[in-house]
Design a protein around this ligand. Structure first.
Ligand code: NAD
Length: 263
């Protein structure tokens, strides 16, 4: 089997809750030793079930803080001796139109979403180079492909992640390290209010999708595991759209109208 991670060491940032938690637990289920990094763990409202396994280690780490990142990666290398996969999942959403965007929030968005990917990658690269192998998988967003009104900070930061991914793929090719990004569409999590919207607002958003349902964290974990696996050995510098076909056609809802009248 090409998608399994026995004896591999996987680092997932932002793995205290949400999509990152699901990704970390998936790698655990696929046999990896997982280091889950986040600002904090076990908040009463985070919805994450506790994970107990010898191969699952939670480390507090702020990906925007160089000292915190250095310390976390040094701990992992000391304990595990190698790093096969880095998933840069940690990210924050900052909303606001040009008149309302607060400069400090703009900076924080870039510090976490872009700076975090940069610092984490820089920290693991010496280990991956020495191994002459490794996988770096970065969370972009559909906002990097088609942004929404009010998403200037977030969408620009995720577009930066995509270009960073391409540059790094070029720089690390000689060591057999691949670097890819993925673009989820709409996964209801604490980061967004999708699940709390009224039915009409939800329908408006779902009408943008060819696969007309909310995305799950498992949908994302499937793609991340593929990109991290041996099956994706010849994929690098790519942005994989995992958005359920958002805007793949102009009015995807029309297909559902037709389907309703078709056997
Ligand atoms: P979430 O808010 O539920 O989880 C994000 C996690 O990242 C949290 O546990 C948070 O504590 C952690 N985090 C934030 N700042 C951090 C920092 N400085 N250092 C370490 N950890 C930090 O969000 P989510 O919906 O699970 O999103 C995960 C990733 O997927 C993000 O990068 C997000 O931009 C991306 N994404 C999500 C969606 C979606 O629909 N949910 C769509 C596109 C992209």
């Amino acid at each position: 089997m090409l998608i399994e991670f026995n004896d591999q060491v996987v680092v997932v940032s932002g793995a205290g809750r949400g999509i990152g938690r699901t990704i970390a637990e998936r790698f655990l289920a696929e046999g990896a030793t997982v280091f889950a990094l986040d600002l904090a763990f076990g908040a009463a409202d985070d919805g994450a079930a506790p994970t107990s396994a010898d191969r699952f280690v939670e480390l507090v780490c702020d990906v925007s803080d160089p000292a915190s990142v250095r310390s976390a990666i040094a701990t992992i290398v000391e304990r595990a001796g190698r790093i096969d996969v880095l998933v840069n999942n940690a990210g924050i959403n900052v909303e606001g139109t040009i008149d309302t965007l607060d400069p400090d929030r703009w900076r924080r968005c870039f510090d976490v979403n872009v700076g975090g990917v940069f610092l984490m990658s820089q920290a693991v690269i010496p280990t991956m180079r020495a191994q002459r192998s490794g996988r770096i998988v970065n969370a972009a967003s559909f906002a990097a492909i088609v942004p929404s009104v009010g998403s200037a900070a977030y969408a620009a930061s995720k577009a930066a992640v995509v270009q960073f991914t391409r540059v790094l793929a070029g720089e690390l090719g000689p060591w057999g390290v691949t670097v890819n990004a993925y673009a989820p569409g709409m996964v209801p999590t604490a980061m967004n209010g999708f699940a709390d919207m009224d039915d009409a607002a939800q329908a408006r958003l779902l009408d943008t999708l060819s696969l007309r349902r909310w995305e799950t964290a498992d949908d994302v974990a499937d793609v991340v595991c593929f990109l991290a696996s041996r099956a994706a050995g010849y994929v690098t510098g790519a942005l994989i759209d995992v958005s359920g076909g958002k805007f793949a056609t102009q009015i995807p809802a029309k297909a559902y109208e037709i389907a309703a009248t078709t056997d």
